[in-house]
Design a protein around this ligand. Sequence first.
Ligand SMILES: *Cc1c(COP(=O)(O)O)cnc(C)c1O
Length: 385
Amino acid sequence: MKKIQMVDLKGQYEKIKDRVDQSVLDVIESSAFINGPEVHTFQKELETYLGVKHVIPCANGTDALQIAMMGLGLQPGDEVITADFTFAATVEVIALLQLTPVLVDVEEGSFNIDPEAIRKAITPKTKAIVPVHLFGQCANMDAILEIAQEHDLFVIEDNAQAIGATYTFANGNKKKAGAIGHVASTSFFPSKNLGCYGDGGAIFTNDDDLAHIIRGIVNHGMYERYHHDVVGVNSRLDSIQATILRAKLPHLDSYNAARQSAARKYNAAFEGNTKISTPYISKTCENSICENCDCHVFHQYTLRVKNVNRDALVKHLNDQGIPCGVYYPIPLHSQKAYKDARYNEADFPVTNQLVKEVISLPMHTELDDEQIDFITKTVLDFVNK
Ligand SMILES: *Cc1c(COP(=O)(O)O)cnc(C)c1O
């Protein structure tokens, strides 16, 4: 059996090696390292893929979030509501911009921000909601857009984990994750569903004016050379990363399909086990994963275990050569950097439970049946002991 990895970047690279190597050499040969034609072409190709008017590449997913918030003109003291159960980048940039993060609980099933909790957290200072499409599945965007409209709030999608996912609205309309809110961010960190070979990110929007503002912000606030109209940053996707992303974008749907196929096999093995909850899929797919649907693109395959010592399970898997992850072990509202006297433990029942029960199994495009069988057997041996 091939060694099991949490993410198999090497195996994926081997299959596109010729194209990637040649593209990288071509960029080096051209010496157009910064803002070269490959960056522009990638931007256009991603706009087409997502069905979004503007893609603005930048240096990483954290910058993308920060720049989106700067572009919207959010001011110190403005309140921004986001999920308590997510990666810290989201709340970090809110705090860095001296906005006030307001963390709220997530839904029991999808692990995504709970619209009811958003409603309860709204005050006259609330300016924006940041839903994070966690683990590859969109938050409840019907409800979030409705709340945003009612209260005149911006919606900033953190789409670092769900690129390629499709959201189906209650009326049957479909949109790609990241093409739904006022603005969205994504990350091309190597292990993300569309990853480059270093750092990278992008901002998406359908708003022409906002796109113009953001294009200046990523480039030192310049709209005309050496005229600095606003305070900006230096945040660029370089041409070598862009050409690698161009080589990978045509494979994104098949990469996501490979993740879904692995998820289906995991689900089948764990079905009926009373101590294991397999990932819940909202809406269109009920509790199974359809063959031709991208409602969940499995950035992570995350189980909840009950009446099982989760940390002992992690150790057992590691001892058997199976890497796994706990995303995330600590609620953001309990992190030293983001503690706030306004938070009340009783407002986070779901997150407080999830951090004790979640475990993410290896998930990538190169998992084979032998590996999946070994992983599922090893999990079940421990759980059923
Ligand atoms: C990875 C990630 C980010 C940050 O992306 P970087 O490119 O690492 O800066 C932000 N939000 C979420 C939810 C992520 O998973």
